[in-house]
Design a binder for this molecule. Structure first.
Ligand SMILES: Nc1ncnc2c1ncn2[C@@H]1O[C@H](COP(=O)(O)OP(=O)(O)OP(=O)(O)O)[C@@H](O)[C@H]1O
Length: 346
């Protein structure tokens, strides 16, 4: 008898990603030592599972522990202690033990200091990714695997929609992201229920993060109130539809980014200035991307640059009536001087 369908589903999702990692690993040169035997096999790649101890990442760890050895891939695990709750250090130790019991090696816990920038959720995320990046470099890992599911993706799309900042924010999380494609999300097409079920049938103990149920957090309210209300109104397929929206939006946003990169060269004069008449002739989606990029290049922090800022700069092109300079985050100033748009730190 084969494994339970939920276990089969998580293993299949993981197997696909591990195959990709292996293919990339064997097709890239691994040694700078040109005297080495060219026929020597490269060392087997290491993947690290980022595990909170929650159902999604425990399911992921179990599937990786099962599939990786069959492909000759080494699999380790890492848990990040954010130090935000009493006893979080003990919980991290417990997660380490569980990952070792699954057969992962190396396994480590790392403690981070969470700052305040951007609110509690963003600060914890920044600290976590910095720690995961450092661990990946330290262990020379080929990839770090994350347990985000289709439900997480649907939530991310809705959060982007509510921000009202364009299709890039509707495109949610990428299956592959980070430096050199370091982060992989094998469960992005899998629902949370399947991951939970897979833990249950494998008798894997899971830890439910109290933050996930705390209505003080936007994502938690969305998970427990927003999405159920949407499903009630629109039907069960809404999570899947939102995840599909993410993929379609990502493809569109990528295409527009490419278009904007190519168009940018054509709107600059010999001195590198932006020519207003040429910008005016571009479709708004392309023009605004060029303006946003120019503002970031001039020193505006991407995270503080909102659609309304870019709209105001855009009016210097499309609704010119002699307005004054526009102040942007990071002390960047956008100004029209004759037929040129000048964006620089003032
Ligand atoms: N403390 C942590 N240590 C290591 N990895 C983490 C930690 N918290 C989150 N992650 C990684 O990020 C992924 C998404 O986490 P998040 O808390 O946003 O979602 P989740 O659905 O609650 O996931 P999980 O059920 O695995 O906790 C996790 O599946 C895991 O891979």
């Amino acid at each position: 008898m084969g494994p339970h369908p939920a276990v089969a589903a998580i293993r299949l999702a993981v197997r696909r990603v591990l195959h990709d990692i292996l293919t990339e690993h064997t097709s890239t040169p691994h040694t700078a030592d040109h005297t080495a035997d060219p026929h020597e096999r490269p060392p087997s790649p290491l993947v690290l599972v980022a595990c909170s101890g929650g159902a999604d990442s425990m399911a992921l760890a179990s599937a990786v522990a099962f599939e990786a050895p069959k492909l000759g891939i080494r699999a380790g695990g890492i848990t990040v202690d954010h130090g935000l709750q009493p006893g979080s250090d003990l919980r991290a130790e417990e997660v380490v033990l569980r990952l070792r019991e699954l057969g992962l090696d190396p396994v480590e816990s790392t403690t981070v200091r969470v700052g305040r920038d951007g609110g509690p959720e963003a600060a914890a995320r920044d600290a976590r990714y910095a720690a995961l990046d450092a661990a990946a470099v330290r262990h020379q890992a080929a990839a770090v695997l994350l347990g985000h599911t289709r439900d997480d993706q649907a939530e991310t799309v809705l959060l982007g929609l509510a921000r009202g900042s364009g299709i890039r924010s509707l495109s949610g999380m990428a299956a592959v992201s980070g430096a050199g494609g370091r982060y992989r999300r094998p469960f992005l097409q899998l629902d949370r229920q399947t991951a939970r079920k897979a833990c249950m049938v494998q008798s894997l103990p899971v830890w439910d993060d109290p933050h996930n149920a705390d209505p003080a957090y936007t994502r938690s309210r969305l998970r427990h109130e927003g999405l159920p209300a949407l499903e009630k109104a629109l039907g069960k397929g809404v999570v899947e539809a939102l995840a599909r929206t993410a993929q379609l939006s990502r493809d569109d946003a990528d295409a527009l980014d490419t278009w904007a990169s190519q168009a940018e060269a054509s709107v600059r004069d010999a001195a590198g200035g932006l020519e207003c008449a040429k910008l005016y002739a571009l479709p708004p989606a392309v023009r605004r991307r060029i303006l946003r990029r120019a503002a970031i290049e001039a020193g505006a922090p991407a995270g503080s640059l909102f659609a309304r800022h870019i709209e105001e700069v855009d009016r210097l092109i499309t609704g010119w009536r002699g307005q004054g300079a526009i102040n942007l985050p990071g002390k960047v100033v956008a100004q029209r001087q004759g037929g040129r748009l000048v964006i620089r730190q003032g």
